[in-house]
Design a binder for this molecule. Sequence first.
Ligand SMILES: [Zn+2]
Length: 294
Amino acid sequence: MNWYKKSQQLEITDMTDNPNSKKEYTDIAHDLYYRTQTALIDNPNYLWVYTNGIIDANPETMDQPSHRFYPQWNNINYEETYVGRYSPSTKTITIVRPMGVFQFREIPSHLKMLLQQKFPEAQKLSIHASAQRWYKKAQYNNPPEWNFPEAEHDYNPNWDYDIDPIPDEKLVQIAEKAMNEINNKIISQIGMGKAKAAYIKNDNEDRLAIYAFGTAPYPVFMINLENIKKVAEQCAKDLYCNSEQEIIIGISTSLYHELGHAIQDWMNINMDENEAEEFARHYNDFGEIWKFWE
Ligand SMILES: [Zn+2]
């Protein structure tokens, strides 16, 4: 069968800029098992993830109603990965756009083709903005300005995150020191462009910093100074750490860690948490660049 030809026949709706994008997404192929006593559903919904060049799909079950419940997808970074669902009853595939610079790009045609191969009965394809973007859009109308004229991309952290308009001055000083270290000492040694950090708030509590995938070689980092402060204070309480010291280490190593991810992205190698962390620790402790990519 000519899959490419068949994929051309999919009826495509792009909901990205539709105010109902998020609602429509959660209406399609969600909660099939909601309040269902028995799992006697013949034609389950599917959840899929586009990872390592293939579509990995799993049927929705009562215990696994969303992507995060599947242990094999634990390491998926949802901000930079295309994910979605398939509903056999409506013959509709949904795609949630990743975040970062890729969120406004055309959905890759090979992705559409692979989805069509995976779900050959599908007739419709519905494209959605990331949930985070809609959550963010609903809250703020006038985000603070963002300037990064050196960058070759126009990524703006305002698209995805709540920017903190008045971050704590003392914490900002620590972050700026680390960013100066990155921009004046590190990037020149690895041939990368300038990096810039945005201060965010109201984010997921466990999240300290994020690299905006696709922005390298002019990487954009988001850092949640308040979250780092909270972790440092918790450490002081539970483990008798020096909280001032922990805040400095936390902010600096978070930024170096995200730089590690930016390098991985730029060098086109796998996103590796251990490598990024080791790179960060090594620079923080010894002032030396661990060239994990060589
Ligand atoms: Zn990481």
